[in-house]
Design a protein around this ligand. Structure first.
Ligand SMILES: NC(=O)c1ccc[n+]([C@@H]2O[C@H](COP(=O)([O-])OP(=O)(O)OC[C@H]3O[C@@H](n4cnc5c(N)ncnc54)[C@H](O)[C@@H]3O)[C@@H](O)[C@H]2O)c1
Length: 362
């Protein structure tokens, strides 16, 4: 059954950390949603967030099951850490509630398959929020694609020098796992085709303040022989790019560039033209708008969990390539992830979906 059209959707948010604050803001800004409950393992964090936002009346607690039972919301927004995405998503889906979950979908492809299969098994939407799909400049770049003729290559240069502190400065594969997933996913949307294979290297410059892997370079082959080249760094002070990076899309008839902010330029022959941007909700506001529209219409959103597995597979394949020095085939990695998901899954209904996917893909 589609979500109601005549009132805002009642939402329970899980996770009240740094990004949880941003999501409470988005839920408040949207005329289509009402935050009715918030869950965090640390109820104090939830209480102080609600106090800061002037939302003292919103229910809060540490027990998602109890709050779902009490509030019977229309949707859950999951802003927990990646390790908690699968259990939280599955608990909500089993309770009959659709979920919008922060990226990365899960820590590994097998877990991403399991939650996508749980969504199908229980008949409710699980959408992954890839907020960097929603920029007016990016929409203009996509709009320019068809005027470039046959597409040959996409390149992204990403250079920043952030001092985050905390877990990012300690984790392995930090740039690929925590940041590049955004650009890999957006590249799929822009190219409108799927990745075939990747060769990647990660390294840490001598001056890095990250424990490992603050820099990475990857070359993806996409369907039709298109190449997507990513060159990224989190230790590159001076002349930094935007948070989306510098994009260059090249085809038989011309080239389009995007600076990751508002400047989109098309060059065809000797002509150079700045592209006018439309105005739509950006970043998590855009993601929330697509989620609400999908719930109300029954349409499948562009980042539904099943499709998004391939974006996560791009990251996992790049990490594997960097570890082994080998070119990694995405189809092989997906097949192995599905096999692991089947081996790990204990819910019989979800297992049936996973087995069907494996048998059809195999
Ligand atoms: N879209 C973006 O640009 C963007 C930016 C930053 C973070 N993120 C993503 O948002 C998510 C959260 O990141 P963050 O920086 O807010 O992390 P965080 O560590 O600041 O906050 C996570 C919160 O989740 C809570 N939590 C963990 N497990 C839980 C569980 N099982 N049930 C209830 N609460 C639980 C923690 O207590 C914590 O308060 C991650 O997936 C991250 O990758 C996205």
């Amino acid at each position: 059954m589609n979500a109601p059209q005549d009132r805002p959707l009642r939402v329970v948010q899980v996770g009240a950390g740094a990004m949880g604050r941003a999501w409470v803001g988005a839920l408040k800004r949207s005329p289509d949603t009402e935050l009715v409950g918030i869950v965090d393992l640390d109820p104090e964090v939830a209480t102080s967030l609600l106090r800061d936002e002037g939302l003292d009346e919103v229910r809060r607690g540490a027990d998602l099951g109890a709050l779902l039972e009490e509030l019977r919301p229309d949707a859950v927004v999951n802003v927990t850490v990646p390790n908690a995405h699968l259990p939280v998503n599955v608990q909500a889906l089993r309770a009959g509630v659709p979920v919008l979950c922060e990226k990365p979908a899960a820590p590994d492809v097998a877990s991403a398959f399991r939650q996508a299969a749980a969504a199908e098994a229980h008949g409710h939407l699980l959408m992954i929020s890839q907020s960097r799909r929603y920029f007016d400049g990016f929409a203009a770049l996509i709009g320019s694609r068809d005027s470039l003729g046959q597409i040959g290559s996409l390149s992204i240069q990403f250079s920043k020098a952030p001092h985050f502190g905390g877990f990012r400065e300690e984790m392995a594969h930090v740039l690929l796992v925590d940041m590049a997933v955004h650009q890999f996913d957006a590249a799929r949307l822009l190219l409108d085709r799927e990745p075939i294979a990747v060769y990647a290297e990660e390294y840490n410059p001598a001056w890095s303040w990250f424990r490992a892997d603050a820099n990475a370079s990857a070359i993806f082959e996409f369907e039709g022989g298109v190449r997507f080249t990513y060159v990224g760094s989190w230790c590159s002070p001076g002349l930094e790019t935007s948070w989306n990076g510098d994009w260059r899309l090249s085809g038989s008839g011309g080239t389009a560039t995007w600076d990751g902010e508002a400047a989109v330029t098309i060059g065809i022959g000797d002509g150079v033209e700045a592209v006018d941007l439309a105005s739509a909700p950006e970043q998590i506001d855009g993601s929330l708008a697509e989620f609400v529209a999908a719930l109300r219409s029954g349409a499948t959103p562009s980042t539904n969990a099943r499709s998004n597995v391939t974006s996560l597979a791009m990251v996992e394949a790049a990490v594997r390539s960097s570890e082994t020095g080998q070119r990694v085939t995405i189809a092989d990695l997906l097949a192995q992830g599905l096999e692991s998901a089947v081996a790990q899954e204990s819910d019989p209904v979800t297992l049936r979906v996973l087995s069907a996917w494996r048998d059809n893909d195999g």
